[in-house]
Design a protein around this ligand. Structure first.
Ligand code: AMP
Ligand code: GLY
Length: 423
């Protein structure tokens, strides 16, 4: 069948890489894609939230499956758009309905879902412009650090963690009254700070059944030792060494099962990925967030470990028969290191020529912010290229990625050299 992947990052290159290996895929399209996807698929220049243009492409190219990479189209209801259109309703969309996507689109909605289904999470209250005073009083009942979360999508920037109570009160006011994050911060969730180490769990569900994919840990800060500004992610390793069998079984019983059962009970059409952000507090997992898509760069470490045909898995998702397929995982560790443009996550330049990609042989190169310019690969984003390697343990896998990354060159290229330092 013909398949379309929506998105343009390393995550989408990884999807395309796996899908292109499947015998079930005839023609593969990526929209808008990058210089990496251009090598293995047909890139189509369109915006992932332009549903009319997507419909035209799908009908013109006889596309039968659409795999949605980023959250925006999901939160805006692309799955419902397909389900409600007579010409599109037979097409499989991998990604939840608009209602399901609210788990990522609204922090308050996610917290209420967690509480309704008794899933362990940080204590919280939410506030609006009319209840700023109550919000400040609530802050006084908590201990530092203070966690403030814009309710809506804020491009990964909507969470503030502050040490000082006065600063927390000012920022609360900035978010609610001065709309620091626009409409996204018309509501703010104030949350108990959870002290522990983070990991992410990825689940693929058809709304009734699920499979748990490998765990991953990503490195969000720009600077070594987890310092500096938050980024989309500077690298990832999978699996996470401290997520042993006992801990994973807690995650499964206390978090994954009640999440999938909760979706089914609430009759939410959810056929896609659930990315559960967790903090290990003592020996117990607590949810800090749901995302309704795969993570980036976690995908670049997780999906290469999935040996089962990805298109076949997606067909089972679409038909709600995930209970009829076993998933095979490569037991080796995968380590992904992301190269970024100098200046990222603040202002950076684009259009720098990238050299050395063809020198890399025993790692996988996933393009993120790249494009073709007169047959040359040039930088086109903050996160540029991810290098993923396998080995028996993550430290050896990391060594391979670092060895190969040194073969890459572009002006002001930067990457973190300390991934895994905390493990
Ligand atoms: P989120 O966008 O919800 O993933 O939050 C961004 C980051 O803030 C997370 O990756 C955590 O590192 C941190 N964070 C979020 N919520 C909490 C919390 N309740 N306690 C401690 N850290 C948190
Ligand atoms: N790497 C974090 C995310 O994809 O949200």
């Amino acid at each position: 069948m013909n398949i379309l992947v929506l998105g343009s990052g390393g995550r989408e290159h990884t999807f395309a890489f796996k899908i292109a290996q499947s015998n079930l895929c005839e023609k593969l399209f990526v929209a808008p894609g990058n210089a990496g996807t251009a090598n293995i698929a047909n890139n189509v220049a369109l915006s992932v939230t332009d549903f009319t243009a997507i419909k035209e492409l799908v009908l013109k190219e006889n596309i039968e499956m659409v795999v949605v990479g980023p959250e925006d189209p999901l939160v805006q209801g692309i799955t419902d758009f397909f389900a409600e259109d007579n010409d599109l309703k037979s097409i499989s969309v991998i990604g939840p309905s608009k209602e399901g996507a609210r788990l990522e689109g609204s922090k308050e909605y996610a917290k209420e879902f967690l509480i309704r289904h008794n899933i362990p999470t940080a204590a919280y209250q939410s506030f609006t412009e009319n209840t700023v005073t109550e919000g400040k009083k609530f802050l006084e009942t908590l201990n530092a650090p203070y966690v403030l979360k814009a309710d809506g999508l804020a491009a990964g920037k909507g969470v503030l963690i502050l040490q000082d109570i006065e600063e927390a009160k000012t920022e609360l006011e900035n978010m609610l009254t001065n709309k620091k994050f626009g409409a996204a911060s018309e509501k703010v969730v104030i949350e108990e700070f959870l002290d522990g180490i983070e990991l992410s769990v990825f689940v693929l569900t058809d709304g009734k059944n699920y499979i748990t994919l490998p765990t991953a840990k990503d490195y969000k800060r720009i600077g070594e030792g987890d310092t500096g500004l938050n980024t989309g992610g500077m690298g990832a390793i999978s699996p996470v060494p401290f997520a042993d069998e006992a801990f994973m079984s807690k995650i499964e019983e206390q978090i994954i099962k009640p999440t999938v059962e909760g979706l089914a009970k609430e009759k939410i059409d959810y056929r896609g990925f659930i990315f559960i952000g967790l903090i290990k507090v003592g020996d117990d997992p607590k949810v800090i967030e749901y995302n309704v898509r795969m993570g980036d760069p976690e995908t670049e470490a997780v999906l290469p470990r999935v040996k089962t045909d990805l298109v076949s898995l997606f067909k089972h998702v679409s038909n709600q028969t995930l209970d009829q397929i076993a998933v095979e995982i490569d037991p080796r560790s995968a380590a992904t290191v992301m190269t970024v443009s100098g200046g990222y996550p603040e202002a950076y330049e684009k259009g720098k020529e990238i050299k050395g990609i063809d020198q890399i042989s025993d790692s996988i190169v996933f393009h993120a912010g790249t494009k073709l310019n007169e047959n040359k690969v040039v930088t086109n984003g903050g996160r540029v290229i991810a290098v993923t390697s396998f080995d028996d343990d993550f430290r050896e896998a990391l060594k391979k990625s670092y060895y190969n990354i040194e073969k890459l060159h572009f002006d002001e290229m930067y990457y973190r050299k300390d991934l895994g330092f905390d493990l």
